[in-house]
Write a protein that binds this ligand. Structure first.
Ligand SMILES: Nc1nc2c(ncn2[C@@H]2O[C@H](COP(=O)(O)OP(=O)(O)O)[C@@H](O)[C@H]2O)c(=O)[nH]1
Ligand SMILES: [Mg+2]
Length: 308
């Protein structure tokens, strides 16, 4: 399956809702009038693209119709495609620098998919011939540590952990030394990284970053914010809060397979302007793909021959 097919299969619920909805609205007349454009805007809002983002998109569509006189379904889909691409920005993937230690800090609220994404990433890196170490720095619950150990077994990756309730910074310290001793390429740190309040998150992350700077000054450190696509506008609020409280290098948007609300990726990109690097399209180990703006947009919108 190529990337487009993976997005279309994984995001089937969203595609059935948005793409089929677009086609249904367009079908009545073949060209868009004001009422149909309002329906289209409502459809995008229902798919969780965000009210501001949807309003902006439709404003561009209306401008284009005014400028060109072309209100055909193809023209409307074309404008939406271009504008959505501009919100999402260029395709960017998670970069791993060879010959040095790369440290990935997974942050995000509980249940968004940090541990699962860490496990999936491990498998991806192993497939690419990179050596990985997992760090169980979410020490709040024993279950969280055990869950990461399961991923370690599944992917053949060493997991560095301490007891429940221990200091995450100490786990990170040991993990860095284990990774350096093994000459690992990637250390994935499953942090608690939760946002009880901004100060709390900033303190936790800055403590971890201080240890990294001291113990592995040459390491390339990347903070990945994990966002659950099924949580609607909450996902947008989380993205805003985290990006305000901490430096976030990239976003992993999980559970795009979960419901018909996958449009939230647009709302998150619109709100934060932080690149979305990864997308979770299921619970299995290989259900993680690079976020591809073109494939994503072509999943939302119908194309010629598909009702246009
Ligand atoms: N359908 C689906 N489920 C996911 C995805 N990513 C994670 N999950 C599920 O979401 C739940 C919470 O994930 P977990 O990694 O424990 O979240 P954490 O608390 O942030 O570490 C688990 O049941 C995962 O299997 C995804 O991309 N798609
Ligand atoms: Mg976890």
């Amino acid at each position: 399956m190529n990337l487009l097919e993976r997005f279309r299969t994984g995001m089937k619920k969203t595609r059935d809702f948005v793409s089929a909805g677009f086609t249904r609205i367009a079908a009545s007349m073949g060209r868009f009038d004001d009422e149909m454009l309002d329906d289209l805007e409502a459809l995008l809002v229902q798919a969780d693209c965000g009210a501001t983002c949807a309003a902006e998109l439709l404003e561009k569509v209306r401008d284009n119709i005014r400028d060109t006189g072309d209100a055909s379904a193809e023209a409307v889909a074309g404008t939406l495609h271009a504008e959505m691409m501009s919100i999402l920005g260029e395709a960017r993937s998670l970069q791993i620098k060879r010959g040095t230690l790369n440290i990935l800090l997974m942050v995000g609220v509980n249940g968004t998919g940090k541990t699962t994404t860490a496990g999936k990433l491990c498998q991806r890196f192993q497939n690419e011939g990179l050596k990985c170490v997992l760090s169980a720095a979410d020490t709040f619950r024993a279950a969280a540590i055990e869950q990461l150990q399961v991923w370690g077994q599944r992917t053949g990756t060493p997991v560095i952990s301490h007891a429940e309730g221990s200091d995450p910074a100490a786990v990170v310290f040991d993990s860095i030394h284990a990774a350096l001793a093994r000459k690992a390429d990637v250390l994935i740190v499953d942090t608690a990284g939760r946002l009880h309040n901004k100060q709390n998150l900033m303190d936790e992350l800055s403590k971890i970053r201080r240890i990294i700077a001291r113990e592995a000054p040459d390491a390339v450190c990347t903070t990945l914010l994990v966002i659950d696509a099924t949580t609607g506008q909450n996902a947008v609020l989380q993205a805003r809060a985290f990006t305000e409280a901490a430096h976030v290098d990239g976003i992993a948007i999980t559970k795009l397979d979960g419901n018909a609300k996958g449009g939230v990726a647009l709302a998150v990109a619109h709100e934060t302007r932080v690149p979305i690097l990864l997308s979770g399209l299921g619970e299995q180990v290989d259900d993680l793909v690079d976020f591809d703006p073109d494939a994503f947009v072509r999943t939302l919108l119908p194309e010629e021959g598909e009702g246009l």
